[in-house]
Write a protein that binds this ligand. Sequence first.
Ligand code: HEC
Length: 165
Amino acid sequence: MSAVRTLSAVALLAGLALAGCSQPAADASGGASTPAAEPAVLTDAQKAALLAELPEPYRSADVAKGEALYAMCRSCHTYVQGGTNMTGPNLWGTFGAKAAHVAGFNYSDALKASGLTWDVATLDKWIENPRGLVEGTKMSYVGMKSAEDRAALIAFLKVNTSPAK
Ligand code: HEC
């Protein structure tokens, strides 16, 4: 379409090529290695197995709608395995993790001291109103009021931030 778009695609490819160069050789130890930032491609059966770990209404929530809702989070978070920390930490492996678990991310003292574990109920409260759950958090997101939207977003996160079953 536009020259700007073409240029940014070229820049992206150049960046990927550079990232590729910094990877250790896959066969250095005789074994296969998986580049960390490659998005996992799960089969439908693997996605279903992950969703089945969730209680209702999350289990049968609309994952595609959740993906669209992730637009609310994308400006601050990546979610693929090995993704970079931005304003917020990378979200890979959130489910079942302790709050403030990403090494090297500069969390607020409030979140570090919260003692929370990211189970579904806690995540739901967080997304509804981060500051209501953890006073003093530096996640400046206003909150998602619709329970149905939160369920869809949580289903999307479950499928996209968890190792395959
Ligand atoms: C304006 C930037 C911003 C937006 C938008 C945002 N976040 Fe965050 N998020 C943060 C920051 C900063 C933290 C760290 C908070 C702290 O240390 O108190 C965080 C922390 C988190 C954590 C805890 C991670 C951990 O390692 O304990 C989760 C889960 C999370 N965000 C999910 C979301 C979701 C889901 C959305 C979209 C609905 C979202 N965030 C939107 C900035 C943002």
